[in-house]
Design a protein around this ligand. Structure first.
Ligand SMILES: Nc1ncnc2c1ncn2[C@@H]1O[C@H](COP(=O)(O)OP(=O)(O)O)[C@@H](O)[C@H]1O
Ligand SMILES: O=C(O)C1=C[C@@H](OP(=O)(O)O)[C@@H](O)[C@H](O)C1
Ligand SMILES: [Mg+2]
Length: 189
């Protein structure tokens, strides 16, 4: 018997996941899907979505690549730290960070204390393929993006591992990743 359109019939994991009121903060390497999966996750949970890189670009009125080029990475990281602190303060439903944001100790402490960090993780080959479609990522504008991603994975994995939730996504559709996250959220708490 199905009455799929009533709120009571909402699948149990979704209902459980919706009980979490802290900001859900997506962390993980470039190309893993923080921005695109984050947007869909917010929609599934009926929460608002913000992308930290987009907010940085809006505040600076420049793209991430332009900020790196004009001022360097350290300057970008300062802005990133401030923007994420503001987004946490504003209390958004789902926040997609840029891949380096959670590496900052202040940002990490804030997210772990007041939000729920979700580490999206997948294999390097998939990340190389996905990030090759756009050249908006200054760290990958090199002759060997595979080597950069492999090194970043090695350096950052112990840090990402501090996230409360770890979801390994494959090269399946975004919706599958959203489902997996919702199941993990339902099991958390
Ligand atoms: N699970 C997925 N399945 C298929 N394509 C994906 C998936 N996750 C991300 N992508 C694609 O990979 C690219 C990079 O994803 P994006 O959300 O920008 O990653 P991030 O914000 O983590 O760098 C986008 O074109 C996106 O649509
Ligand atoms: O991993 C990183 O250090 C970065 C990731 C990028 O965001 P995505 O992870 O959304 O690609 C962006 O913030 C910047 O290019 C630096
Ligand atoms: Mg992104």
């Amino acid at each position: 018997m199905s009455n799929a359109h009533t709120p009571h019939d909402m699948s149990d994991p979704l209902r459980q996941a919706r009980r979490i009121t802290r900001p859900l903060v997506l962390v993980g390497l470039m190309g893993v899907g923080k921005t695109s999966i984050g947007r869909r996750l917010a929609s599934a949970l009926d929460r608002d979505f913000v992308d930290a890189d987009e907010e940085i670009e809006r505040a600076a009125d420049r793209t991430v690549a332009e900020i790196f080029e004009a001022h360097g990475e350290a300057y970008f990281r300062d802005g990133e730290r401030r923007v994420i602190a503001r987004l946490m303060e504003e209390g958004h439903g789902v926040i997609a960070t840029g891949g380096g944001a959670f590496v900052d100790p202040e940002t990490r402490a804030l997210v772990l204390d007041q939000g729920l960090a979700i580490w999206l993780d997948c294999d390097i080959e998939t990340l190389v393929e996905r990030t090759s479609r756009k050249n908006t990522r200054p760290l990958l504008k090199t002759s060997d993006p595979h080597a950069i991603l492999r090194d970043l994975k090695e350096q950052r994995s112990p840090v990402y591992a501090q996230a409360q939730i770890h979801v390994v996504t494959g090269d399946g559709p975004h919706e599958l990743a959203v489902e997996r996250i919702i199941e993990e959220l339902a099991a958390w708490q």
